[in-house]
Design a protein around this ligand. Structure first.
Ligand code: FE2
Length: 161
């Protein structure tokens, strides 16, 4: 079971009920930040037969997540909203819980990250529907990101033993 089912952040769920471009982008920044930390945990602490593949894959992933955070923040600035940097704001906006990840096996971590990326992709699809025609530029960004996270989830699934 992954983040979407077991570890979703209920505060963030309440925020998703009334979606605006800025609330969706802040939720996405928080979720991306949590994914970044989970990815770094995996890059640094993974063990087992899949170590090398997972270590090298997560090396590319954390760079990609940082660029994604930048795109989300700059989209917030483009709509005249402030891009958050406070940990408390990012954590409470995230759809993923940031509790201590007590998993070290590279294959199990790949499963955890596959579920986390799938959960983020699903939430972005919900944002696309809610933002719809009224906010096409933000909806388009979430369309690109939903597809990207779906693809990354598949790649992590391929790393599971
Ligand atoms: Fe490294």
């Amino acid at each position: 079971m992954g983040d979407k089912k077991n570890h979703s952040n209920s505060m963030a769920k309440d925020q998703r009920d009334t979606v605006t471009p800025s609330s969706a982008l802040i939720c996405a920044m928080g979720s991306t930040h949590t994914l970044l930390m989970k990815t770094l945990h995996t890059h640094w602490n993974a063990k087992g037969s899949r170590f090398l593949a997972v270590h090298e894959f997560t090396d590319k992933q954390y760079v990609s997540l940082l660029k994604e955070l930048d795109s989300l923040a700059e989209r917030l600035r483009a709509i005249d909203a402030v891009a958050p940097t406070e940990m408390s704001v990012l954590t409470s906006a995230s759809i993923l819980r940031e509790d201590h990840l007590d998993i070290y096996d590279a294959s199990k971590l790949s499963r955890h990250l596959a579920d986390a990326h799938s959960g983020v992709s699903d939430v972005y699809e919900a944002f696309i529907k809610k933002l719809g025609d009224e906010h096409p530029v933000s909806a388009d960004l979430f369309t690109q990101l939903a597809g990207h996270h779906e693809k990354v989830a598949w790649m992590y699934k391929a790393l599971i033993d």
